[in-house]
Design a protein around this ligand. Structure first.
Ligand SMILES: NC(=O)c1ccc[n+]([C@@H]2O[C@H](COP(=O)([O-])OP(=O)(O)OC[C@H]3O[C@@H](n4cnc5c(N)ncnc54)[C@H](OP(=O)(O)O)[C@@H]3O)[C@@H](O)[C@H]2O)c1
Length: 320
């Protein structure tokens, strides 16, 4: 345990979410002076006055801003306007309030969806501004990337200590499994489990299977966020990933095997693949704050499937 945490008043936004739940669990073990994690019903971060009151009431000296509107390709295509504006407003108001209230440290969460559609692999943080993101998730990605500019401008002009982390696609227990918001891993797990239960002889999967993704277990991501909060105070954004690239076709095969579905996989090529390839360069996180992902992918998947099977109502409750 580190002395850094003992006198910290920590404010976590989005603490009721997927990554937020893992961050709160790991934070508890670090025994900060206090932790406050309001829900969206308690504080709507899209309202500047609500954000202002929250900072006045909590007076945090560490803010971890995880709140966001997040979803898979389907949610991004169905609600691009809402995802753009809500994410832009929340991040903008939180960063601005942290600056005006003199918050000692602010951690902002970016996303791999901000990278240009055709980024050389592995994605280096220096490539972030080299092109427009893949179209299906561009409004979300652009809104989140605006906060990198905001925090760098604040740091340059006012010396604000705010850092920016870019996790790759997350997965794990606590993820959202409702089809209106789920990402690829929970969507595939649900399809396979449903098919096994109903005795269906096939599943339909979006796209061609040729795209690739990199997946980070949610507890590894939470540890990365907390390590960065304690040890990193730089202007440059930092990727959080595993260095492992997984073709979607292979992913489908592994999930079918782990769930025990041995029917046919039908590729719905009328649906988009999303960004063609994703794998991030993880060297900056390793060098700056010693982050290394630990959970092997198959282990993480098995834990996720087991959690889903044991918590289906909760897993499918959070919709758009
Ligand atoms: N999931 C991924 O694969 C992934 C990958 C890269 C980066 N990220 C980033 O990681 C962060 C956490 O993502 P996640 O997957 O944990 O998201 P999530 O499970 O959807 O959780 C989002 C959280 O944001 C809160 N929120 C939404 N709208 C709000 C509002 N208007 N006011 C206050 N709070 C609001 C929600 O609060 P309530 O539950 O109280 O409504 C919820 O706790 C986000 O910044 C996301 O961009 C996620």
């Amino acid at each position: 345990m580190s002395g850094f945490w003992n006198d910290r008043r920590v404010l976590v936004t989005g603490g009721g979410g997927f990554l937020g739940g893992a961050v709160l669990r790991h934070l508890e073990a670090l025994v900060p002076s206090s932790v406050v994690a309001p829900s969206s019903a308690e504080v709507d971060l899209r309202r500047a006055d609500a954000v202002e009151s929250m900072f006045t009431d909590v007076a945090p000296d560490l803010v971890i801003h995880l709140a966001a509107r997040v979803g898979g390709i389907g949610a991004n295509m169905a609600r691009p306007s809402g995802l753009y504006l809500d994410n832009l407003l929340m991040g903008t108001f939180v960063l601005d309030a942290a600056l005006r209230h003199g918050t000692a440290t602010t951690v902002m969460l970016g996303t791999i969806c901000s990278y240009p559609k055709h980024t050389p692999v592995p994605f280096s943080e220096t490539s972030l501004w080299h092109g427009y993101p893949e179209e299906t998730n561009a409004p979300y990605g652009v809104a989140k990337l605006a906060q990198l500019t905001q925090l760098q401008a604040n740091r340059d002009e006012h010396g604000q200590s705010a850092i920016y982390l870019l996790p790759t696609n997350l997965y794990g227990p606590g993820d959202k499994f409702h089809p209106s918001v789920s990402h690829v891993i929970p969507a595939l797990i649900k399809k396979c489990v449903d098919a096994v239960e109903s005795g269906a002889n096939h599943i339909d999967v979006w796209g061609t299977g040729s795209a690739s993704r990199e997946f980070l277990y949610v507890d590894d991501a939470a540890k990365g966020v907390l390590l960065a909060a304690e040890h990193y105070d730089g202007r440059d954004p930092v990727n959080l990933g595993t260095d492992e690239e997984m073709p979607i076709k292979d992913l489908v095969g592994i999930i079918c095997e782990l769930v025990g579905f041995d029917g046919e996989v039908r590729w719905d090529t009328s649906k988009p693949d999303g960004q063609p390839r994703r794998r991030v360069d993880t060297s900056r996180a390793r060098e700056e704050f010693g982050f290394e992902a630990e959970v092997p992918f198959r282990d993480g998947l098995q834990r996720t499937i087991a959690w889903y099977r044991a918590n289906r109502t909760e897993a499918e409750a959070r919709a758009s």
